[in-house]
Structure formats: C-alpha cells, structure tokens
Design a protein around this ligand. Structure first.
Ligand code: ADP
Length: 370
C-alpha cells in the first residue's frame, strides 16, 4: 500500500490527469456495456413476446431474431466502445497536455525571474485559476522590480555622493605625504569639513534607509506643539547673525493637541528651519501655525533665494540639490527633505512646498488633531 502511494506520488501531473480521465472512462464504458448486455436481450425478448400476443407468428424466426439481435448488439458495442474510447482518450490526453504545458511555461518564467530576469511576466491563460495565479505573480514581480530599481538607484546615488568627499580627502593626504603641500590649519580644516560631510551623509543615509524601509519607530501620541516650537525658535535665534534674517513665531496662544511623535516633528522642523536659515541671507523666517478643520498646519516661510519652478517637483527627491556644487560647500546632503517628507507622511500628514526664485520659499505640513 505504502509502495503504491510512493509510486503514484512520483507521477507527473499530465499522467495523473490522463490516468484519472481513463479511470472515469473505463468505469463509464464498463457499466454501460454490462447493463446493456444484461438488459438489451431481455427487452428484445419481451418486445417479441408482446408482438406474438398481438397475433404475429414469430415462433419459427424467434431464435434467429434473438441471435441476429445479439450479433448486431455485440458489433455495434464493439465499434462504439473502440471509437468512443479512442476519441475520449485522445481528448483527455490533449486537455492534460494543454494544462501541463501552461504550468511548465509558468515554471520556466518564474525560474527566469528567480535567476534575475526581473522583467519576466506570466502570459494570460484561458484557465481562470491559472490566470489569477498569473496576475498575482505579475503584480508581485512588478513590486519586486520596483524595489530592486530603487535599491540600485540608491546605491548609485550613494556611491556618487560618497566619492567626492573621499576623493578630496585622499587627494590632500597624498599631497601631504608626497610633500607637495605643507600642512596648514586651512588644510586640516578642509579635511575636517570633508570628513564631517561624510559622517553626515552616512548618518542621513542610515536614517533614510530606515524611513524608506518603514523600520523607523514612530511613537504617536497627543501633543501640544507650542513648547517645542518656542524652544526651537529660541535655539535657532541664538545662531542667527546680527545682520541676518529675523526668526519669528506666529502661533495661537492655545493649541489643540495633535497626534504626532515629538522627536520626529522636531527632526522635521530642525530640517526646515535649518534650510530656511541656510538659504536666506536677509529678511525673515517665520514659523506660522494655524488650524483648519481637523488639521494643524505648520509653515516655515522664508524670504530667501527661493527655488525655480522647474526644480520644485524634485525638491523631495533624495540627493536633489538646486545647485550641487554650491550646496556641497555648504554641507548639504540633499537627503533632509526626503526624510522630512516621509516622516510627516508616517504621522498621517503631508509636506508641501511653494517657492519663487529670488523671493522665498514656504514649506508647510499638517498633522491630524487628536
Ligand atoms: P540639504 O541637506 O542639501 O539642505 P535638503 O533635502 O534639506 O538637503 O534640501 C534639498 C535642496 O532643496 C537644497 O540643497 C536646496 O537646494 C533646496 N532647498 C531646501 N530648502 C530650501 C529653502 N528654504 N530655500 C531655498 N532652497 C531650499
């Protein structure tokens, strides 16, 4: 029994399908033949008896008629079983092969996908179940392809960004070793600046990868943001130069609580206010807070250099900077806004930007009220 089970377990699907069709057909044909073998001659004899009762004289031909009927029955049964079984067998073989062909094709395509051909997709099938399987495989494949594309893009961007400071540091160190330049405080300062930049890049990248993968722990709770805003304004105001822009807070005296993570909101605000200070030389930077329906809006409005209309759609893209060479010197990584955008989104809000070149920028986001 166990042997049989093992033996049948190694059968291919085509053989199983064909064999099951064959069994059904044999059972059907056998029952048809047996029942008709038992009942047909009896019904024929009954029919003859009924005719004799009606007055027909069949006594002399009775035996011949019964023999003739049996021969005719046997011949016709033989041919119908032969033709029927061949046709049914052929049909069942064709159906089994068709199903198995589609499955084999699906298997080959999934193997190609597993081997790295990420654009491999399953074709449509006329069998609804296989079609549904194909559709779900294709949507999984598309999302994996997207993840892979983003991963490659991130690695490409990252290596590009890391290469510049590393090349600068290596260049200086080699020149120092060869005696081509003399060590001076300026050179050491430049080296410190570049290594700081590297450090900042690595930290930002770590944060970005966590945010993008959704691993960043977010502790959402009802918060009153006013104390945070006041302390931030205080902290940044101390850093502003005398002839620089003024930093002001416009916030209602009483704020309803919002649902947010205080550390993440602080991170977003530090990025937005930090950017505003970096790109504003005169005028003002205003932190404005207002309530609209069930949302609390916070805007950082500056009168700085602004962003060109064609650049605005790229502002939240990672590593995007309006002027790469200038911002490399100012230490920007172009990741801050990408992180802020995702952080606001993770807290149920949305970060938006409005800006005009030479006039200033407004970065605003909302948070849901508690
Ligand atoms: P970075 O570390 O370079 O500041 P961000 O992602 O925070 O990275 O900002 C991306 C780019 O957007 C900046 O390099 C700058 O070109 C532009 N930007 C951001 N904030 C402002 C602003 N307030 N005014 C003008 N440009 C800005």
């Amino acid at each position: 029994m166990k042997m049989n089970w093992r033996w049948s377990k190694s059968w291919s699907l085509a053989s199983r399908l064909f064999f099951s069709h064959l069994v059904v057909m044999i059972v059907g044909v056998a029952s048809l033949v047996i029942i008709s073998k038992i009942s047909s001659p009896r019904f024929f004899r009954l029919h003859l008896e009924r005719l004799e009762h009606k007055g027909w004289d069949l006594i002399r031909v009775h035996a011949d008629l019964v023999d003739g009927f049996e021969i005719a029955w046997r011949r016709s049964t033989f041919w119908s079983v032969l033709v029927g079984a061949t046709a049914a067998g052929g049909l069942s073989y064709w159906v089994s092969i068709r199903i198995v062909q589609q499955l084999t094709e699906m298997e080959q395509i999934t193997q190609k996908f597993a081997a790295g051909e990420l654009n491999a997709r399953l074709p449509k099938s006329n069998i609804p179940e296989l079609n549904r399987l194909g559709v779900s495989f294709n949507s999984m494949a598309a999302s994996l392809e997207g993840v892979e594309a983003r991963r490659r893009e991130l690695i490409g961007d990252m290596t590009h960004e890391l290469r510049t400071p590393l090349t600068i540091v290596r260049g200086y160190l080699e020149q120092l070793v060869d005696g081509e330049i003399q060590p001076s405080p300026e050179i050491y300062q430049q080296l410190v600046r570049e290594t700081r930049r590297l450090e900042r890049l690595v930290n930002d990248l770590q944060e970005l990868s966590k945010v993008e993968a959704g691993y960043l722990p977010i502790k959402i709770q009802p918060l009153n943001l006013r104390p945070l805003l006041q302390s931030l304004v205080q902290r940044f105001a101390d850093q502003l130069l005398e002839d620089g822009p003024v930093l002001q807070l416009e916030c209602p005296a009483q704020l309803p609580p919002v649902l947010a993570d205080i550390d993440r909101i602080e991170q977003v605000l530090v990025n937005l206010v930090g950017n505003a200070i970096r790109y504003t030389t005169t005028g003002s930077i205003t932190l404005r807070v207002w309530i609209e329906l069930s949302k609390l809006w916070i805007a950082v409005i500056d009168t700085g250099m602004g962003i060109a209309a064609e650049d605005l759609p790229h502002v939240f893209e990672r590593f995007w900077r309006a002027d790469k060479s200038r911002d490399r010197h100012s230490g920007g990584t172009g990741i801050g806004l990408t992180i802020s955008y995702r952080l606001v989104e993770l807290q149920g809000g949305q970060l938006e930007v409005e800006s005009e070149l030479g006039k200033g920028s407004t970065f605003r986001f909302f948070l849901p009220l508690a």
